[in-house]
Design a binder for this molecule. Structure first.
Ligand code: ATP
Ligand code: MG
Length: 761
């Protein structure tokens, strides 16, 4: 079985353990994903039918790559494996089985924008203040409820939830949830969370369906298990209940979606759920140099909540981790771009070898600008999806309406676009009539004469007749011809064509690109169903990365750390290591949030194979104002022996300009911050972390970092978090002096004085 030779004995053990429950919880880069890939190949080799295998991955792209690798070992049989994200796999099942719980097989998938638009309509109807009940907030509450399998009825009956909502002054949330869910159902639509929530319902209420899929999926595997939520956990548990051939892999230290309901408890539950469980440990990191692995270990050791792991690398030590300080975000971008440029020319690397990772999407701007200036090709991953663009959504709304005329969001979107004389008053009238008669909007507009006055009735009639004609033609035309027909006859193509502005041209080209994509789809030979409605089914689940026309293009990769999960690059730049940015301002309120932020940093650092560069800026534009920034506490936590500083740049402090800006920032923060954020201290002031890290060390009353320029070996110090200790060594030159300190509580640590929050006692 030479195909398993690419695994070490532990990995191989896990891949060969094909029966019964298996769990692999191991550090980054230790080959977890590789084990799943080889394990699937092994299953097929030993005679398991590919149709009986289900693999759940975190992105569609990961599934695609895995399938390609498996194909290399087992050939075209790999095509038959069920593989994809939770959302895409269960959407597929719901298309087949959803009628059993009242959904049409061509149900629409509402994306976040659609969902929020439904919510806005509901809030308006209920006359609720949309500041208190902001669509964002409400959406997150409903999402959390669904992911914990709380239906709107249960939500309304749950005393705890009710009293919490009332205490928050948001006692109507239960009703909003009900109206929202009812509205989506009436539209024949599921939001993202429904894809899991309704799957759970389906499996619970229809045991025949459950039984069918339990028998179909004889072997289940889940990658990135640490980021599954309760709803996903339960689906997996149910499907695996008969055969118990389930293998989950993950890393608790990389759990970064708790804010979306992912629950670390799922890992702990797994052991309880399957007492016969076989646990495999993988300790060797094959991805990164020793220095990178050591840095990652030193970061994560600051978290209290973690399963102890021993991760090591046998690769070279590699370069030390470079820390760059820049004067501004623009300068930070410039430094990164120049480093890439230079390294590529001296070491003959490809653009592909570099990735720039950031905490928030907004940070991409300064990076992009700098890369463009040097003509460096780059690609942003996980950004706004092609399918989220207005013109694309417009055309797709016509498609949606054609296949599911009850889709109210689609209807509202295009009923008067392009303009056809159906004003807001008419639309309100339609909504009102539908409500009064307890029918759908579509039912109103197919009989406009019955519900509307003369003039508006006639323009509405023209619209509904047009959609009905689309329903007829799409039955016989190929996907591409149908799409083109709709683009032309809806007037959309003409409207965009006539707009001669640069943006108009751009939009027109995007529509052409969509049509080209549909053309390719209608000519594909590897799928049986190639009609437009099949093309439409998963569109809402596609991300920018899935639409990548040229995935192997040689470009620098830019993405948020969240999107970088599971990936690896020879040289990684992690930018924006500043207080209130990373860790983010929102995370400063609790230890749990701060630990999640630290895991995020761990994820970022462990993407790097050979080289890692970290940077921060001492000032940055935020909300249009220049603010002063303080280096992130995470820098302070890295063992300084692995770092190399590059501070030839500008002086860090003592610039009176900063002090003015600091004041400006304080004012600005008051104006712009959300209530929660406002409780975090403004940048530039020492951040009080006492409450967060109280368990680690409670600093003396009034603790403030003092001037450590006169620090000498033998002196006693107090560190804000590490507590009391004694200086045992000092090395390096000002301002980059490293101090080795022996702390009473935690032992020896090497700190960079300039970052360390120390007080001489
Ligand atoms: P993450 O936690 O970041 O998702 P992971 O545990 O899934 O990481 P993989 O991505 O599977 O790790 O592996 C990391 C890298 O190490 C990959 O390039 C992989 O091909 C390589 N690798 C893993 N195991 C071996 C091995 N036994 N021999 C050679 N290379 C290996
Ligand atoms: Mg992985």
């Amino acid at each position: 079985m030479d195909y398993l030779e690419g695994l070490n004995p532990q990995q191989r053990g896990a891949a060969e353990q094909i029966n019964g429950p298996v769990m692999i919880i191991a550090g980054a880069g230790s080959g977890k994903t590789r084990v799943i890939t080889y394990r699937v190949a092994h299953l097929i080799h030993t005679g398991v039918d590919a149709f009986n295998i289900l693999v759940l991955t975190f992105t569609n792209k990961a599934a695609k790559e895995m399938r390609e690798r498996i194909t290399k070992v087992v050939g075209p049989e790999a095509k038959n494996i069920w593989m994809g994200t939770f959302h895409s796999v269960f959407a597929k099942i719901l298309r087949v089985e959803g009628t059993k719980i009242g959904y049409p097989s061509n149900f629409t998938i509402y994306d976040t924008d659609d969902s929020k638009s439904v919510l806005r309509a509901v809030l308006k109807e209920m006359n609720l203040d949309d500041k208190l009940y902001s669509p964002n907030y409400v959406y997150n509450r409903i999402s959390a409820a669904k992911n914990n399998l709380v239906s709107w009825a249960e939500y309304q009956q749950n005393e705890q939830i009710q009293s919490d909502d009332h205490a928050n002054g948001r006692g109507h949330l239960g009703k909003v949830y009900e109206m929202y869910a009812t509205r989506c159902f009436r539209s024949g639509a599921m939001d993202f969370d429904d894809l899991l929530f309704q799957t759970n319902r389906l499996l619970k209420e229809h045991t025949d369906v459950l039984y069918k899929y339990q028998n179909k999926f004889k072997y289940l595997m889940v990658d990135e298990y640490q980021d599954t939520n309760f709803s996903q956990y339960l689906i997996v548990k149910k499907l695996a209940a008969i055969n118990e051939n389930i293998c989950v892999v993950g890393d608790d230290a990389q759990s970064i979606y708790a804010f979306r309901g992912a629950n670390i408890q799922n890992i702990l539950n797994f052991e309880k759920d399957y007492p016969d469980l076989k646990v495999f440990k993988l300790e060797q990191n094959y991805r990164s140099t020793q220095n990178i692995v050591n840095v990652a270990n030193s970061i994560i050791s600051n978290n209290k909540e973690q399963l102890k792991k021993n991760v090591f690398s046998e690769k070279d030590h590699g370069d030390k981790i470079k820390v760059n300080r820049a004067f501004s975000d623009n300068e930070e971008g410039k430094t990164v771009a120049e480093a890439i440029m230079q390294e590529r020319s001296t070491n003959g690397q490809k653009w592909n070898d570099f990735a720039i990772l950031y905490r928030t999407n907004a940070q991409s701007r300064s990076m992009e600008e700098a890369l463009r200036k040097l003509n460096i090709p780059y690609k942003i991953y996980g950004g706004l999806s092609f399918y989220q663009r207005k013109e694309i959504k417009d055309l797709i709304a016509y498609f949606r309406l054609t296949f599911n005329p009850n889709d109210e969001e689609a209807l509202k979107r295009v009923i008067n676009y392009p303009r056809r004389g159906i004003g807001d008053t008419t639309v309100d009238r339609i909504i009102l009539s539908a409500g009064q008669n307890n029918i759908t909007l579509w039912e109103v507009i197919v009989e406009p004469g019955k519900y509307l006055d003369g003039r508006s009735a006639s323009s509405v009639g023209v619209f509904s007749t047009m959609i009905q004609s689309f329903m007829v033609v799409t039955k016989t035309l190929s996907a591409y011809d149908a799409a083109l027909h709709i683009a032309q006859h809806s007037g959309l193509l003409k409207d965009l064509y006539e707009d001669k502005s640069v943006e108009g041209l751009n939009r027109y080209e995007n529509i052409q690109e969509l049509l080209n994509g549909i053309k390719e789809f209608s000519e594909r030979e590897d799928i049986e169903e190639r009609s437009l409605d099949v093309f439409m089914q998963d569109v809402a689940l596609l991300t920018n990365d899935d639409n990548d026309k040229n995935p192997n293009a040689d470009t620098v990769s830019l993405m948020t750390i969240h999107s970088s999960k599971g990936l690896e690059f020879p040289h990684v730049f992690v930018v924006g290591l500043e207080e209130n940015l990373f860790p983010s301002q929102m995370s400063l309120n609790s230890r749990t949030d701060l630990e999640e932020e630290r895991r995020l940093f761990y994820v970022a650092v462990t993407r790097a194979e050979n080289k890692l560069t970290i940077s921060y800026a001492t000032s940055r534009f935020k909300f249009g104002t220049l603010i002063n920034c303080e280096p992130s506490r995470f820098l302070d936590e890295i063992d300084a022996q692995y770092l190399e500083l590059d501070f030839k740049a500008k002086p860090q402090t003592g610039n009176p300009f900063f002090d003015d800006e600091r004041k400006a920032w304080s004012r600005n923060a008051d104006t712009f911050s959300k209530p929660k954020a406002a409780t975090a201290p403004p940048a530039g002031k020492p951040v009080k972390t006492t409450s967060l890290l109280a368990k680690a060390h409670v600093p003396s009353p009034g603790f403030a970092p003092s001037d450590t320029s006169g620090l000498q070996v033998g002196m006693e110090v107090e560190h804000e978090r590490f507590g009391f200790g004694k200086v045992i060594n000092l090395e390096g030159n000002k301002p980059d002096i490293k101090a080795t300190i022996f702390f009473k509580e935690i032992g020896q640590k090497q700190l960079l004085l300039k970052f360390a929050k120390l007080r001489i006692v």
